[in-house]
Design a protein around this ligand. Sequence first.
Ligand code: SF4
Ligand code: SF4
Length: 73
Amino acid sequence: MVEGKLPRVEIERDQCKGCELCVRECPKKCLIMTDEINQLGYTIAKYTGENCTGCAICFYACPEPGTITVYKK
Ligand code: SF4
Ligand code: SF4
């Protein structure tokens, strides 16, 4: 079940490698690095919950397939 307003992204926390590429590439600056550490021992990126346009630039920037999912209207 997808919840929350659209468009938005979800990041699979335990697949993220903490490379920060999505954070750097997002034109709306709506992704941030957190100090949360996942099962793999990496600090993870997170959606702030605001301003996503659904452009999917983060999806294409992420080197870990399936980590970022973009939900559009
Ligand atoms: S889809 Fe676009 S606006 Fe939304 S988080 Fe990714 S890069 Fe940012
Ligand atoms: S680009 Fe992918 S692996 Fe890198 S921080 Fe973002 S979600 Fe994590």
